[in-house]
Write a protein that binds this ligand. Structure first.
Ligand code: SF4
Length: 389
């Protein structure tokens, strides 16, 4: 049985190709640690120390805690750490961490609001389909029969209530809590949004948790039945560790290495430019043709002729009765079926049939009569230039 996690399922939902590289092919890429991750990790470790020491009745002062954080930073920070936002320095991020810890300290001192049951708790729980779910909780606490699954967030985007109520990761942990602690009457999911010094909470009913588990099992089934892993490009590609080996970006990255002259001479660049130009011309021609068609009809009406002559060609203009169907398509279709002529007038919908064949959702005998060959579709869209960043 496989061990799934929120990030594993999210990766599949975001991009199947990325999922394949990460979880099936297990490709290892050298990724620099980002400054956001580095700072977040240090803040987590500092808050872990705060509560770990409290177990031994040692209350760190705010200064002690900040000293611990600053020491960690000075010891572990290296110039290899990636700072993507050029407007900010490593020290800006260091000070952000100082502020997060400091605000948290002032807000919760003397930290006796609840009993701490676990820090950085790691475990596995069994899902209804027998697969495992990875559990990792920053801080697990309780007060009487209310249990708290707490997560520290150091990112600069505030989580709103809708995000919290639809979060899968922490919600599944509440199933684990209810299983491990039968006296739990209520499980509160609590996010400490450290950048805003605010808490966001969400509580799920048993029915909601059941639905969530079923949805998760369904998502896992889709993953396990999947045998097609296409790329799905989105804004998230900018943060993808596989971008340099992804077929959707390999050419772009190659171009970035080229001089202006080499760029202009690149065969791919030339072909796309030519293709895009033809695309524009094709649309233009279609529009022009429609316009001339209306003018020709107008001309034939005015002159009361049905053939108009050009230098070498002639155009025949014939009117015909175009049938206009009712807007309520369903009612009309039902009537056709009722009158027994559906079989006679309906046509096979090839796009729907193709989709079902591709998903293996059709009788195998039908599939056995078909075969597959590679075909290509080309769509042209605007390229994001480096100057747009
Ligand atoms: S760069 Fe984008 S499309 Fe390519 S693997 Fe990563 S997420 Fe998928």
């Amino acid at each position: 049985m496989t061990c799934y996690s929120h990030s594993r399922i999210s990766t599949f939902e975001q991009c199947r190709y990325k999922y394949k590289l990460q979880y099936i092919d297990k490709i290892k890429v050298d990724v620099p640690t980002t400054i956001e991750c580095f700072m977040g990790d240090l803040v987590h470790r500092t808050l872990e120390k705060l509560y770990a020491d409290l177990k031994f009745q040692k209350l760190n002062s705010k200064e002690d805690l900040l000293k611990f954080y600053n020491n960690l930073w000075d010891k572990e920070y290296t110039s290899e750490i990636l700072i993507a936002k050029q407007d900010y320095s490593a020290d800006n991020y260091k000070q952000m961490g100082v502020k997060f810890i400091s605000d948290y300290y002032d807000q919760y001192k003397p930290f006796d609001q609840m009993t701490i049951l676990g820090l950085e708790t790691q475990d596995r729980m069994t899902l209804p389909d027998g697969n495992q779910w990875h559990v990792r909780i920053d801080k697990l606490a309780c007060k009487d029969k209310t249990y708290y699954v707490c997560d520290y967030k150091t990112n600069s985007r505030m989580k709103d209530q809708e995000d919290a109520d639809s979060d899968r990761q922490l919600a599944l942990y509440s199933v684990w809590v209810k299983d491990k602690f039968p006296d739990a009457e209520k499980v509160v999911l609590l996010w400490h949004m450290l950048a805003f010094n605010k808490e966001v909470v969400s509580i799920r009913s048993d029915d909601e948790l059941k639905k969530l588990q079923n949805d998760t099992v369904k998502a896992i089934k889709t993953i396990e039945a999947c045998n097609d892993f296409p790329q799905n490009t989105s804004a998230l590609c900018n943060y993808c560790v596989f971008k340099s080996i992804c077929p959707s970006f390999k050419h772009e990255l190659e171009l970035e290495e080229k001089t202006v002259e080499e760029f202009k001479e690149d065969d791919g660049v030339k072909l796309v430019d030519e293709y895009a130009q033809l695309d524009i011309q094709e649309k233009d021609i279609k529009k022009k043709k429609e316009d001339i068609k209306s003018r020709l009809i107008e001309f034939s009406k005015q002159k009361e002729v049905d053939i108009v002559y050009g230098s070498n060609k002639k155009a025949s203009i014939k009117s015909y009765d175009k049938v206009v169907y009712p807007e309520d398509k369903d009612a009309f279709l039902n009537l056709i079926k009722e009158k027994g002529i559906y079989e006679e007038v309906s046509m096979l919908c090839y796009p729907k049939l193709t989709s079902r064949i591709n998903k293996n959702q059709i009788d195998p005998e039908i599939i056995s009569l078909t075969s597959k060959e590679t075909d290509y579709r080309i769509s042209v869209s605007k390229r994001k230039n480096r100057e747009d960043d």
